[in-house]
Design a protein around this ligand. Structure first.
Ligand code: ATP
Length: 323
């Protein structure tokens, strides 16, 4: 008798550690007796029936790679009722009994819709922003934070040598976790995040003036992209207001790549394995989540309706210390 198949895809923005999760799904799935299929380019590939047979060796040497060997994409077509139905039909045609969806909350909405069409799906949070409400941590976040820290440290060397202010934009469209934690790790004078209303005079200029009086001559200002602040304009404004020569840097896509940290590899492995165990027990429509040191799971609908707040205590500590 043919074995049951499960499939795995990566969707939305790529994140370091996604490959570790793919590897865990493939190896755990095969060890549990499934045929495992990879779907290339997320839901777009699912609509095109772009399935590849995975075996134990097809995931050799990917644990340390950034990006995703399954590639990723965004698909508007999938989001239509016809698209979802077509995707579900493709799964049935391929004998797929369940899908592990590695991505962010948009991808989880797709997983919920596919589950409703009779294909049990389990979401694994893979997104650098750490913006999934039910999770303390998402795959790729730790690597991204460390990458930002490394780059800001380098920028600090030059801005300190020239008595400059470095205004640095980091990723985070809706969430300031990257900016806040990188800002703490790099001793930023000011951290602008989407969760706190931006007041340039109060949060940047006044803080700089205060520290200038203690003879501080170089500054790091971290800005989350979701604040809607143009860092080049902000650098000009800072220079005009404080007299400190200021330069803007947008870290951009450098933040996405690179080999995943230990934390991302270990958590991705645990979450991928957990997702397979859910599917093995015929449990779908779930999101795997990291909470403290544990891996747990939530109903997707419930998970998507949760809200995540920023730790204001941490925000206050950041600004109390970096003065
Ligand atoms: P990231 O946070 O890294 O951007 P994401 O998973 O949130 O990741 P999205 O672009 O929002 O990224 O979603 C990825 C894909 O999931 C979309 O291209 C689409 O195919 C599907 N998707 C997004 N939103 C929905 C939705 N509301 N219903 C069904 N499918 C969706």
């Amino acid at each position: 008798m043919a074995k049951d198949a499960i499939a795995v895809l990566t969707s939305g923005g790529d994140a370091p550690g996604m490959n570790a999760a793919v590897r865990a799904v493939v190896r755990s799935g095969i060890n549990k007796g499934f045929n495992v299929l990879g779907i290339k380019r997320g839901y777009r590939g699912l609509l095109k029936k772009d399935f590849v047979e995975m075996d134990l060796r097809s995931v050799t040497n990917i644990l340390s790679l950034g990006g995703t060997i399954l590639y990723t994409a965004r698909s508007k077509e999938f989001q239509t009722p016809e698209g979802i139905q077509h995707a579900a039909q493709n799964c049935m045609d391929m004998g797929v009994k369940g899908v592990v969806v590695i991505g962010g909350d948009g991808s989880f909405r797709g997983a919920r819709d596919l589950s409703e069409r009779g294909i049990p799906c389990v979401g694994v949070p893979g997104t650098i922003d750490n913006d999934i409400a039910c999770c303390d941590y998402t795959i790729g976040y730790d690597t991204c934070l460390n990458t930002i820290m490394d780059m800001v440290d380098r920028i600090r060397d030059t801005s300190e040598s020239h008595d400059r202010c470095a205004v640095i934009e980091v990723m985070g469209r809706r969430a300031g976790y990257l900016a806040l934690n990188a800002g703490i790790a790099c001793g930023a004078t000011s951290i602008l995040i989407p969760e706190v209303e931006v007041d340039i005079e109060k949060h940047v200029i006044e803080r700089m003036r205060k520290t200038q009086r203690t003879d501080k001559k170089h500054f790091i200002i971290i800005v989350a992209e979701g604040c809607g602040v143009d860092v080049h304009e902000l650098a000009k404004h800072i220079q005009a207001e404080t007299g400190v020569e200021s330069r803007a840097t947008v870290l951009g896509h450098t933040q996405r790549g690179g080999y995943p940290t230990v934390k991302d590899r270990v958590m991705a492995t645990r979450m991928g394995n957990y997702a397979v165990k859910l599917l093995m027990n015929n449990i779908g429509n779930r999101v795997v989540a990291a909470q403290k040191e544990d891996v747990v799971d939530y109903d997707i609908f419930e998970a998507l309706n949760m809200t995540k707040t920023i730790d204001m205590n941490l925000y206050n500590i950041a600004h109390e210390v970096s003065i």
